[in-house]
Ligand binder design. Sequence first.
Ligand code: ADP
Ligand code: MG
Length: 161
Amino acid sequence: MRSLPYFCRGPVIRGFGRGSKDLGIPTANFPESVVDNLPADISTGIYYGWAQVENGDIHKMVMSIGWNPYYKNTKKSMETHVMHTFKEDFYDQILSVVMVGYIRPEKGFTALDELISAIHSDIEEAKKKLEMPEHLKLKEDNFFKTCRSTTSNQILNGHRL
Ligand code: ADP
Ligand code: MG
């Protein structure tokens, strides 16, 4: 995918209340403005990369880009699971992410336990891949050091200002 690595940031909004957290896999949702800026060659599916809440530590993440049921599947959604245990929720806080690689397309699952085990294997794959030197380098990118008041709209085509 030509557009990777792809940098973006925005406030965390409330999701669809599908209870991801109850499954042990909370996903922080980005607003429409961030989703609408995605380059055309970023397809739906599961991505991995790095994530930071406000000016906190940088953690590994997996992200699902899917079709948003709230808009009758006409718009995409971006949901990030950060591989870290946070003391508190971080709704309305700024989440900065860099998507560095693609794991797989979206799948239809018949059973919930299938879905959960697929996500766990995505997480394991992401953890491993992110140890590659070219991926570790992105963790140190200036993007994560820049002003957090910069909104996603100020990051043109995923290139940091
Ligand atoms: P929602 O439907 O509102 O997205 P979720 O059950 O998916 O609810 O939980 C997501 C929320 O949980 C995030 O918006 C964030 O505030 C919080 N959260 C806590 N820990 C994490 C984590 N490790 N990764 C992502 N979100 C987390
Ligand atoms: Mg969610």
